[in-house]
Each structure stands twice: as C-alpha cells, then as structure tokens.
Write a protein that binds this ligand. Structure first.
Ligand code: AHG
Ligand code: MN
Ligand code: MN
Length: 336
C-alpha cells in the first residue's frame, strides 16, 4: 500500500500561523471557516443528481449570467460560514451585486480581513457531473477596523492578497492554497471528512505541452491569439501541443499546474475585456500561479498589478507555465 501523509489541513494551518509575525490566529480561523464551508459544498455537489439541486435557479446575477441552483446554494454556504464565525468584516461574491458588510457582532466588525469569492466556478459543468470549483481571495482591509467596510477594501491590486486558493470538486476533492509561501494541496478523505496534505510545494513546470482555450470562439479572437494557437498546432520540435479545455477554470488550472500548460481566455470582438473576473477569478489564480513559479498576464500586463476600478470587472487572462505564457505574449506583442 502506498504511504499516506498524515498531516491534516487543520494541523498545517496552525503550524504555518507562526510564519506571520504578530499573528493573532485570525487568518487561521478564516481559513478554517473556508475549509468547513468547502466540505458542506462538497457534500451538496456530490449528491446534486438526487437532491433536486441541478438546473437553473430562475434568476440572473449582476453580470446577466443565469444562476444555477448550486451557484446560489454554494454562495449561501460560504457566506453563512464566514459571517457566522465572525472571521471577516466583508465579503464580495461573484453572485452578489454589491459587497456584504458583516456586522453581526462587534467581533466581525473588528476583523481586519475581507474575502472575495467565486463560490461555484464552472457552473455549466454542474448538470453533467464534470468537475467544478470554488475560488477565494483574502485581503487585509485598508479602512480602519471597527468602521464599516468600504468599496476600497475590495478594490485592491492582486499583489496585496494575503491568501488565495481554490477547491476542486473533482474525482477527488482538493483544496489548494497559498499564503505567499508557496502552494500546497490537500485531498479530502471523504470517509473521515478530513483534508490531508497530498501535494506539498506545488510547482508549474517551466514549460508544457497543453493549451486550454475555448476554440469555438476562434473567429472572434485577437490576431495574436490566433497566431499563438497556430503555433501550438504546428508540427515542429516538441509541437504540436495537446488541446484540453474543461470549461471550469479551476480544473483547467489544476491540470495545467500539475502537467504543464497554458490557459487563455482572451478578449473577443464582442467582449473586449474577456469573460473572467479580475477580483474573483484572475487575481487569486494569478497569486497561486506566481507562487507556483508560473506566470499570469492579460497578454501584456501582470494581472496582480492591475488597478481594479469595479467589483465585477473583467480582464483577458493568460495563465500557466512561464515559458508558454511568455511565448503567447510575444505573439500578442507582434500584433499590438
Ligand atoms: P463561472 O461558472 O463562475 O461563471 O465561471 C465560468 C468561467 C470559467 O470557469 C471557465 O473557464 C469559463 O468561464 C468558460 O467559459 P466558456 O464557456 O465561454 O468557455
Ligand atoms: Mn468562475
Ligand atoms: Mn461562479
């Protein structure tokens, strides 16, 4: 039998608390709340087919996207877990028009952290039993603790993130996160309900052979992206590369980080800013990617340095193995 690593996520969080000077344990409690909420969502995702939670919820989110029942449920579960435990002073979610201020008690009000979340990523895959995920991002508030949170607490550059991570509800459920000291992955043992450290120090291979992009939109892509795709397909050296696209950013990213690859969601003629959301999707993934030795840009600029101007802002996204992203950037630059 293969050797098992017996360090649990709970133990790991406490061990790592010492990495932060003057730590009060607040971030540890926050990460523990996310860990718990992810197990609840995992339970729901696992029984989706028999629990009448598949399908549309019948309303749209702020971005005009149809909400699925599981989008709504996962959103409620994370917001409940975070607000009840009084570990954050504010939450912004892809599924809510505006940020939520938490003032259930003075404790939450005094908390120094805000969370931004994509509670259910890859919604179109729910109904067909394909992996979905959750993406989260944590910042220290910039306004004074004890005062109401404000928009500026959420509109921070990605480089200010204190922690970020994702949960992938896949053939096994994993939580992968960083607090700025590398990236570690934990796999849920469903029989015990415990996450164990299974993927210590995750690293993007420097180069890879997988490209992930929705090629159905090819005709609407910028010329630089079209040329890069042709480059990936050319028979030369280690090419052609393999095309793999799940349609859940979390799952595509996770595979590319393990195997080496690039994920692209570019601007299109109709959506000049692409589809993915800077605050809920791109920044946390960019923080993880850089911590794992990868690279993340909008084709020209480092994602983590983009100054956000609105909560639901979108941005083109090129992310993955460093050499692949640099090659794609070369093609973008040639067409600028
Ligand atoms: P969400 O389900 O949170 O709206 O995100 C879906 C995102 C991302 O996960 C995925 O990679 C991409 O949208 C897929 O978009 P297309 O269907 O346009 O390829
Ligand atoms: Mn998403
Ligand atoms: Mn979502």
């Amino acid at each position: 039998m293969a050797e098992q690593n017996f360090q649990t996520l709970g133990e790991f969080i406490i061990d790592k608390q010492e990495d932060f000077q003057y730590s009060t344990g607040e971030l540890s409690r926050l990460l523990s709340a996310i860990r718990l909420a992810s197990k609840v969502v995992n339970r729901e995702v696992n029984k989706a087919g028999i629990a009448n939670i598949i399908g549309k919820a019948g309303n749209e989110n702020i971005q005009g996207e149809e909400q699925q029942k599981l989008d709504v449920l996962a959103n409620e579960i994370f917001i409940e877990a975070l607000s009840q435990r009084e570990v954050v002073c504010g939450i912004a979610s892809e599924e809510n028009d505006d940020f939520i201020e938490i003032h259930a008690s003075c404790n939450a009000h005094l908390s120094k952290y805000v969370v931004l979340i994509d509670p259910l990523d890859g919604s179109s895959n729910i109904d067909v039993n394909v992996s979905v995920g959750t993406i989260f991002s944590i910042y220290r508030r910039v306004t004074e603790p004890g005062t109401p949170v404000a928009l500026e607490d959420f509109l921070q550059k990605g480089i200010n993130q204190i922690a970020a991570g994702y949960v992938v509800y896949g053939s096994s459920t994993m939580i992968v996160y960083t607090t700025g000291n590398g990236v570690n992955g934990f796999t849920l043992d469903p029989s015990l309900g415990t996450y164990y450290l299974s993927h210590p120090s995750m690293k993007f291979p420097e180069n890879g052979k997988i490209y992930s992009i929705n090629e159905g939109n090819y005709s609407k892509f910028p010329q630089g992206v079209k040329n890069y795709i042709k480059y990936c397909q050319l028979e030369e050296g280690d090419r052609p590369y393999t095309s793999r696209y799940i349609g859940s950013l979390v799952s595509d990213f996770h595979r590319n980080m393990i195997k080496g690859g690039i994920y692209i969601y570019p601007s299109t003629a109709q959506s000049p800013h692409g589809k993915l959301r800077l605050l809920y999707e791109c920044n946390p993934m960019a923080f993880l990617a850089e911590q794992a030795g990868g690279k993340c840009t909008d084709g020209y600029r480092r994602i983590l340095e983009i100054e956000p101007t609105e909560l639901h802002q979108r941005v083109p996204f090129f992310c993955g193995s460093r050499k692949m992203v640099e090659k794609a950037e070369e093609f973008m630059q040639q067409q600028k």
